[in-house]
Design a protein around this ligand. Sequence first.
Ligand code: G4P
Length: 525
Amino acid sequence: MTLKEEIARRRTFAIISHPDAGKTTLTEKLLLFGGAIHVAGAVKSNKIKKTATSDWMEIEKQRGISVATSVMGFDYGDYKVNILDTPGHQDFAEDTYRTLTAVDSVIIVVDVAKGVERQTRKLMEVCRMRNTPVIVFVNKLDREGRDPFDILDELESELHIKVRPLSWPINIGERFKGVYNIYEHSLDLFTPDKQRVSERVEIDSLDDPRIDEAVGEEDAAKLREDLELIDGVYPEFDKEEYLSGSVAPVFFGSALNTFGVKELLDCFVQIAPSPRPIEAEERKVNPDEEGFSGFVFKIHANMDPNHRSCIAFVKICSGTFLRNEPYRHIRSNKMLKFAAPTAFMAQKKNIVDEAYPGDIVGIPDTGNFKIGDTLTSGELLHYKGLPSFSPEMFKYIENADPMKAKQLDKGVQQLMDEGVAQLFTNQFNGRKIIGTVGQLQFEVIQYRLEHEYGAKCRWEPVSLYKACWIESDDPEALAAFKKRKHQFMATDRDGRDVFLADSPYVLQMAQNDFPKIRFHFSSEF
Ligand code: G4P
């Protein structure tokens, strides 16, 4: 197969949802269809158990296990599908944000009873920043839930994206009878059975009396009415609009009952994008270029003290990646060879000899890599830094063992390279502030500093609302702002200016008082 053909058949995506909407169940059913696993429950057992949510050690252990499911690749027909797993626990949301920079599209799972929830809204913001194409799967139709039209309205207003249903449910909950597949013009009847795939009724058109026979006259009439309304309200599905990230096709089904999942997958492989050109700082890079390039989007530390190595996950952006070939690590300007790169096919971690754009390879790492690093065949390229988002919790980190100041610095530095949290240095008092998305990270950092670096830290409270990256075209305005807010000015790890706002009110006032300053809530602007 040529490089172009390999690229064209790849579909690299992530499934995202608010916890409990059904992401794990859907992932597992997709893997079943892809023949990557043979029994339901295989992925589930890797999932972070809900009972353990306050016990972060347990979570880390389970996250360790889930390295195996970090990337799940399988062949489906002519396609090579790569599913990138995202941690369900919201304290690890930053991991998810970064994973989203390595995918070409996304499937969002929404619970029909709960609609759009907080975590979904946030993740969608990240997709919007990159115009990532999105498909929505409305799940749990076998349970009582909301009116599907309401759900569509909510998706549009909460996710700020136009929607286009490509399937439509016939009733819901106890009376759920199936879905009409608008994309393929067929009718799939629901049988509440976890093992059986839906039964398809062949129909010629919407007027076909076989619909009435299958679901009863009343529901058939309602279906026709609904579909007429849909055609009136929503423009025809346009693949280009989906690919540009402005329209999200919507499917309905029940992941647990394997209902509507195959239809979703069949449509997904047809319409979802294969790897596309990516902007590096220097130029746009096409996937079918001969030269290899890729970037590190995730580093997974091994919590097992006997095997301290990490795995760096590299997304291949162009060319063919070959085992044992020397590649240039741009940040250190060193040539590195990888003897044991791994890929994940059918749940097994295998050493790979070659990989193509859209694929993810895991590289055992002993501290060479930092999140965002670029690797190439030789060309000087920098893939644009992955965005950092303003953390939601902040604490001063203090050294609790004066003899171990060096170890502490080194440990903090490396944990930040791994992307565990963000470090800001207050320019006024020189104190270091760690920002995270959840309380768990503070515990993880403290534990790892002690066990991996022999350093002790202490947390001290600091009351902050947000960290905003600031910039201005007017150097005088910038200087004036920094002078006025000097107590609240910090730098991030790259030395960029960050304003630490201690309340929404203060931030609002700063924005009003300094119109020439631009405030950003993510580091990519
Ligand atoms: P998540 O990864 O998004 O957190 O969700 P997950 O797949 O774990 O699903 C959350 C719960 O919802 C699970 O139940 C799962 O069985 C259930 N579920 C998923 N899809 C459907 C569906 O289509 N219909 C119904 N009725 N339920 C669904 P649980 O009781 O929390 O876990 P378990 O004990 O069943 O494993």
